[in-house]
Design a protein. Structure first.
Length: 393
């Protein structure tokens, strides 16, 4: 069986603050910004070159700093500069970027994690210090995972070390795929040609509910600490609720996919900035949610040995899955093909097309009996779709 790597970033909230933390953050920022300037002036996008031309000099200037901080600062500077340059080329940024955050990249020389003892050992200018973290239930599952890069981050919620864990898993070669169409209020799954499941998520209701709560607070309370705290509290509750929903949804999807084959999702990473994308997503799932839900599905699937493929999202909601002609609206959420007479709910069309694209991409022949055109046109009505999770919300 072919293997794939899963990567997950886990947060470790530290119980204590190491001595000299403020200095460490500001020194690191200073170095990263110096390196960004250097990369900018010399147009360097190679980590190796940036390090080669600055390492000795920086070592001399910051002799007390463990040397690997300079390594990771070079990595950060290159990545910040590259991202900025990309945005600049699209006309979305100017000049050179400035790094302002309390954030330090750590490699395996700078920290050691001891999950059982609940401590992280961090190299600092004052030597190696052992820092206790608040144990979380989900930390346990990373026991046999590989520890990769990490970030030491400080924000309004405290001091964290975010660690990237990875694990190699065996993933089965699927003979079939289920196509998944993610929408704001439902997830539609094409299991096979003619077999669909729609899970009503009530996500819109959850969002609207919290939106109204926040608006009420906005109107009733005066600006101040209490207002800010309340707004933050509800913001966090909403995120937790949606997170919980996504995990349950992903579990259900992976369970179904295990019976039918692999999972096909739309690849929305490349066209994130295009206008067409936002127009097409209009009325669909919120951009952030979309990616988040996809990531949860992806890693849960891989953990279960289920293959996930991403297909090009172009025209998945506008072309007829039977004959490939353009569909036009025919009543509430229904699309119709004027060429072959196919008619279906637009979520059904989306998931169907996603599934077909995956089969094509994977080289799986689509059996002739699943070409509805040859059967004289199909009609999928809303009654064929049933609600799972009616109790959500
Ligand atoms: Zn058609």
């Amino acid at each position: 069986m072919p293997s794939e790597t899963i990567k997950i970033t886990a947060k470790f909230k530290l119980k204590e603050t190491p001595k000299g933390l403020d200095d460490l953050f500001s020194t690191y920022r200073e170095i990263v910004n110096f390196l960004i300037s250097y990369a900018f002036e010399n147009n360097i996008t190679s980590f190796k070159r940036l390090k080669k031309e600055n390492y000795e000099n920086l070592r001399g200037e910051y002799p007390e700093l463990p040397s690997h901080y300079i390594y990771t600062a070079c990595q950060m500077a290159v990545s910040i500069w590259k991202k900025h340059r990309k945005r600049k080329r699209k006309g979305k940024a100017k000049g050179k970027p400035v790094f302002k955050r309390d954030s330090i990249m750590l490699d395996d020389h700078l920290f050691k994690l001891d999950l059982e003892a609940g401590i992280i050992k961090l190299s600092t200018p004052n030597g190696r210090v052992a820092l206790e973290f608040h144990p979380a239930k989900y930390h346990e599952k990373f026991k046999d995972w590989k520890v990769g890069q990490a970030w030491l981050v400080r924000n309004s919620k405290g001091l964290f070390i975010n660690i990237v864990f990875s694990k190699d898993v065996e993933v089965e070669e699927p003979e079939n795929f289920i196509g998944i169409d993610l929408n704001e209020n439902n997830v539609t799954l094409a299991l096979s040609s003619g077999e669909f499941i729609q899970i009503i998520t009530h996500e819109r209701e959850i969002r609207t509910g919290y939106f109204l709560k926040r608006r009420k607070i906005q109107k009733k309370l005066r600006a101040g600490k209490k207002k800010k705290e309340l707004l933050e509290k509800y913001g966090e509750r909403e995120r937790n609720r949606l997170n919980d929903l996504y995990h349950k949804l992903a579990n259900k999807i992976v369970e179904l996919a295990g019976k039918y084959g692999g999972i096909a999702l739309e690849d929305l990473t490349e066209i994130r900035d295009s206008i067409r994308y936002s127009a097409e997503l209009n009325g669909r799932l919120h951009r952030w949610s979309f990616r988040k839900l996809q990531l949860i599905i992806e890693y849960k699937a891989k953990l279960a040995g289920v293959k996930v493929v991403f297909v090009n999202p172009a025209h998945t909601s506008s072309l007829c899955p039977v004959c490939g002609c353009r569909l036009s609206p025919n009543g509430h959420r229904v699309l119709k093909c004027s060429n072959c007479g196919f008619e279906a709910d637009r979520d059904v069309v989306g998931s169907w097309n996603i599934r077909l694209k995956a089969l094509k991409m994977w080289g799986v022949p689509v059996p002739p009996e699943s070409q509805p055109m040859k059967m004289g046109g199909w009609k999928v009505s809303r009654n064929d779709i049933y609600e799972l999770y009616k109790s959500y919300g």
